[in-house]
Design a protein around this ligand. Structure first.
Ligand code: NDP
Ligand code: 2IT
Length: 458
């Protein structure tokens, strides 16, 4: 057992898990994320139980250094005042400035911000670049908003956020609902208030004012570099395999682009309404036009490719996961794949699952995949290419210079190969076999724990 409390023998770990459940009882996603990590760390904890208890290492790692919440008032196109809630969770700054995206989605709450911030600490450690873990966002819903409303919201959000960030302090970027457009408005407002061109304060910027080539592509490309490594280590070729990708946003689109260029055939993609199935392979130019340019629904794919099929979501299993494929790439949101969906995926004969999204599988689904020998690429490792390339954007900003697309992409590929190696080695060392979920958690934790010990009780 890896992510289930019932097998735990460490008294210290049991106490910590109980404490988390008690102190965060209204935060189910945060409890889920911490449980997944901590349970898989048991063999490491057993080796150092007395020391970790004395230093309250686990208690400190699950407690954010700081959570900032604030009011975000803005005026809509009808002249009405709207109020949203803004967040920034500065979770752990041991390895570098807090680093992590901003999510704009109506479902955003403290539990979701904290689970994302917690995941980010481990993910950022795996990149081996100097970045701590953080996350932020708001319950603002960008859907159906005009460009002017998006700008007003972003400006109001930054009026408050700017008090808490800086290129050596905390460096936000994009996540769900935040892309280059929003980062541009946020950056403009920061520059205006601070009267300084501090390029490294945000990443995912436009290419004409300090953004990095290949940042837009990085999460999706990185996911496929990781998948290729994981499959190769298990003597499986990506070329010739079929794939389905949930979502059709930034991560999904560039995962599709790289999967296709590496010889796989992506037959389905989705949005929150439903999925399209194209047995000839998705035409990504059509998806980009619908999603990146018009911000419309994926169903419109059928207007251009009438031979494709559309399936609406109408059960607890998103329609896309009923489609058979060798490789499953959840790239939309958390808890997309529950146990019931995992059972369908296994019954449909999938070989591997690659988490492009953060925590797209419930803990029960992860457990089921591992028991059924599905190769599972955990999000905190497999989708780390985005934040890694954000760190490369920060490097270029510090140098006041830039690298070519090929230079950034080759660094990304090297970083993803190294992350897979770390996961594989840690899994092997602790007899976890091909359980790269445990491998990722252990490799990241050891790095963070060592640095936290060096920096004393803070
Ligand atoms: P986008 O906003 O670009 O796209 C999100 C996609 O997921 C859309 O297609 C959206 O559909 C779909 N979706 C389906 N259900 C939901 C839901 N309940 N809530 C939100 N979205 C939903 O986001 P990204 O592609 O940037 O992010 C996708 C995932 O990848 C997230 O889990 C994010 O945390 C993770 N991630 C992102 C990174 C990045 O660099 N951007 C880096 C690492 C991880 P619809 O339009 O219908 O809402
Ligand atoms: O979840 C993530 O890693 C991101 N949304 C990207 C964060 C970043 O700072 O680039």
């Amino acid at each position: 057992m890896t992510i289930c409390e019932c097998g735990i023998t460490s008294e210290y770990l049991k106490e910590v898990l109980e404490g988390i459940a008690k102190r965060n009882s209204n935060e189910p996603e945060f409890i889920q994320a911490t449980k997944e990590v901590l349970c898989s760390l048991e063999p490491v904890i057993l080796k150092h139980e007395e020391e970790y208890r004395r230093l309250a290492l686990l208690e400190r790692i699950v407690e954010p250094e700081r959570i900032i919440t604030f009011r975000v008032p803005w005026i809509d196109d009808n002249g009405n005042t709207q109020v949203n809630r803004g967040y920034r969770v500065q979770f752990n700054g041991t390895l570098g400035p807090y680093k992590g995206g901003l999510r704009l989605h109506p479902s955003v709450n403290q539990s979701i911000m904290k689970f994302l911030g917690f995941e980010q600490i481990f993910k950022n450690a795996l990149t081996c670049l100097p970045i701590g873990g953080g996350k932020g966002g708001s319950d603002f819903d960008p859907k159906g908003k005009s460009d002017m409303e998006i700008m007003k919201f972003c400006q109001s959000f930054m009026n408050e956020l700017q008090k808490h960030i800086g290129q050596d302090v905390d460096v936000p970027a994009g996540d769900i609902g935040v892309g280059a457009r929003e980062i541009g408005y946020l950056f403009g407002q920061y520059r205006r208030i601070r009267n300084t061109f501090e390029a490294g304060v945000l990443t995912g910027k436009g290419l004409d004012y300090g953004g990095s080539l290949a940042r837009k592509e990085a999460t999706g490309y990185g996911l496929m570099y990781f998948m290729r490594e994981m499959l190769a280590a298990n003597k499986i070729e990506l070329r010739g395999k079929t794939a389905i990708i949930s979502g059709s946003g930034n991560v999904a689109i560039y995962a599709c682009e790289k999967a296709t260029s590496l010889g796989a055939k992506v037959v389905a993609m989705s949005d929150s309404s439903g999925c399209i199935y194209d047995e000839n392979g998705i035409n990504l130019d059509v998806i980009k036009e619908i999603k990146e340019e018009r911000r419309a629904r994926i169903k419109e794919y059928l207007n251009v490719v009438p031979s494709a099929k559309y399936f609406e979501n109408n059960s607890s299993t998103p329609a896309i996961f009923n489609i058979k494929a060798d490789i499953i790439l959840p790239c939309a949101t958390q808890n997309d794949i529950n146990l019931e969906t995992a059972k369908k995926i296994v019954a449909n004969g999938a070989i591997a699952v690659g988490e492009g999204a953060n925590m797209p599988c419930t803990n029960e689904a992860i457990e089921y995949f591992l028991e059924n020998k599905i190769l599972l690429a955990p999000g905190k490792a497999a989708n780390a290419g985005g934040v890694a390339t954000s760190a490369l954007e920060m490097s270029q900003n510090s140098m006041r210079y830039f690298w070519t697309f090929e230079e950034v992409d080759s660094k990304l590929e090297m970083i993803m190969k190294n992350i897979f190696k770390l996961c594989k080695q840690a899994a092997k060392e602790y007899n976890y076999g091909t359980n790269y979920v445990a491998g990722a958690n252990i490799a990241a934790f050891r790095k963070i724990a060592k640095a936290m010990k060096s920096q004393g009780i803070i």
